[in-house]
Design a protein around this ligand. Structure first.
Ligand SMILES: [Zn+2]
Length: 222
């Protein structure tokens, strides 16, 4: 029954129109990315993104998807991209091969169960990665997505400072790391989106930013 509902909602949402229309080789693109959710503020963030016509990428934590599967489903239905951010937000290099594979594979299952989609991208918690982690990601058919700018929003916890940091880090083909579990980030987002659009940015998903040249499993980006 749940699967039938997921299939129906995906059929209605279809492929995000943006993938076909925004060519980042020709226009100024920026990818906003949100880690650690879904959380209590994610739905509010989705509304702000929709209102601005912006697409984003969400790196989801498996155990949080289990808590809020309907929010994960909503992210996909709105045309955003999703990635794997491990099951328990583990610092991967400290773990055995088997534990790393478990963290990645269980999350793939949980996300697919909730959204009907199997991620092709992952982001290592704390940005901690190495060749072994990347090899295990390749076995799990995942590309590694890092970032060009991190806001440290979880440390700032201040709407004005978060906005100023995002605007400072923004650059053509950049990938900005934020957290949808930080309430001040979500509060700051309408103002951030307005200013980025004023500066000529097209706000796109990571796959759109890669212009069809990826993500490829076992490769690391940004
Ligand atoms: Zn994280």
């Amino acid at each position: 029954m749940i699967h039938a509902l997921v299939a129906a909602s995906l059929a209605f949402s279809s492929v995000p129109a943006q993938t076909a229309t925004v060519n980042c080789a020709r226009v100024k693109c920026l990818a906003l990315t949100f880690d650690d959710g879904p959380g209590a503020q994610t739905s509010a963030l989705l509304k702000a993104l929709s209102k601005a016509g912006a697409k984003a990428t969400f790196f989801l934590v498996g155990k949080r998807v289990e808590e809020r599967p309907e929010v994960a489903r909503q992210i996909v239905a709105k045309g955003h991209a999703i990635g794997n951010h491990t099951y328990s937000h583990a610092a991967l290099p400290a773990h055995s091969d088997n534990d790393i594979l478990d963290e990645l594979k269980v999350t793939q299952e949980v996300i697919e169960e909730a959204t009907g989609r199997r991620p092709t991208m992952f982001r290592p918690p704390y940005g901690q990665t190495d060749e072994r982690v990347l090899g295990l990601a390749a076995q799990t058919e995942l590309a590694e997505i890092l970032w060009t700018g991190t806001t440290l929003d979880w440390q700032l916890r201040d709407t004005k400072k978060i906005k100023a940091t995002v605007l400072k880090l923004a650059k053509r083909d950049g990938v900005i790391l934020m957290h949808d579990v930080v309430p001040q980030t979500v509060t700051a987002m309408p103002g951030i989106l307005k200013e980025l659009k004023k500066r000529g940015y097209h706000l796109v998903t990571v796959p759109t930013l890669l212009r069809g040249k990826g993500p490829t499993a076992g490769k690391s980006y940004f």
